[in-house]
Design a protein around this ligand. Structure first.
Ligand code: SAM
Length: 266
């Protein structure tokens, strides 16, 4: 379950301090484990919901919180991929904090992007290599589907790097905490956004190929001539590859594809 526990209280306090949470914040912690982050979070706000999948850890976490005189954390023994995040938020946007389980970090980030209407900010720890991919700009080899989707949905900053010595068991790689400032309400419709994510996925699924070839096929269900038409309408050279496209270019391409789908003349 991607269990590398933070074993350095100063590192945990530094992370929580950098989130800027206060008593007004409503915090969702994903994977509290044995409470390394939960305790400093709960010392700043009484509105804490912690979602832990491993039921063996729950009684240990409760005991650890009790040892620190904390009885206001709501612990949900659930898989965060199935948790109703909207219900947890209620009428207040959440701050999500997590030392993410490394085996499903990307999936959790995609999920948070989808649920971002009820999330103000997220502070997430990744393996450094994955964090570098999320931050990579267009044109870099590391620029990927995850980078484009995350950069579309949020302003992202690198908060800090944490070395292996701060964890037990010690991972072999460094970790990086990224801060995501979600851009509130989307500027495009829900349908356009779903199509945008499909276009990005299709383009990166064959990232070595030029867009005119990568986009043809089952993901979008469009023939070669329709893809050529969409690329021309979006003023994107058909010879370019996914890794060179900026987020605004992916959006223009999506709008051109959408126009073809709706049968309008372009
Ligand atoms: N927050 C603790 C810390 O920093 O020491 C633990 C972090 S550990 C990297 C990841 C935690 O996520 C573990 O407690 C693990 O059991 C939990 N976890 C793994 N998959 C999960 C899931 N799908 N939903 C919720 N928690 C999960």
């Amino acid at each position: 379950m991607g269990q590398n526990f933070l074993s350095s209280p100063p590192a945990a306090r530094m992370i929580v301090d950098r989130t800027g949470i206060s008593q007004d914040s409503r915090v969702l912690e994903i994977g509290p484990g044995l409470g390394a982050l939960t305790i400093p979070i709960a010392q700043k706000t009484r509105q804490v919901i912690a979602v832990e999948k491993d039921r063996r850890l729950v009684p240990l976490l409760r005991q650890e919180l009790e040892n620190h005189g904390i009885d206001w954390v709501e612990i949900l023994n659930q898989d965060v991929m199935k948790t109703d995040i909207k219900a947890i938020a209620g009428d207040k946007k959440l701050v999500v904090i997590s030392n993410l389980p490394y085996n499903i970090s990307s999936q959790i980030l995609f999920r948070l992007v989808q649920e971002r209407a009820c999330i103000e900010k997220a502070f997430l720890m990744f393996q450094k290599e994955l964090a570098d991919r999320i931050l990579a700009p267009p044109g870099k080899k590391a620029y990927s589907r995850l980078s484009a989707v995350a950069q579309y949905a949020a302003d992202i900053e690198c908060i800090a790097n944490v070395g292996p010595a701060a964890f037990f068991p010690k991972p072999v790689v460094d970790s990086t905490i990224l801060g995501f400032d979600f851009k509130g309400v989307s500027t495009v419709s829900e349908t356009t956004e779903i199509l945008l994510f499909t276009v990005i996925k299709a383009a990166f699924s064959k990232r070595r190929k030029s867009l005119k070839n990568a986009l043809v096929g089952q993901d979008l269900g469009l023939e070669k001539h329709a893809i050529a038409q969409a690329l021309s309408c979006a003023r994107i050279s058909p010879e370019r590859r996914a890794e060179t496209l900026t987020v605004p270019e992916f959006l223009s391409l999506t709008q051109a594809v959408q126009t073809i789908f709706t049968g309008k003349n372009i």
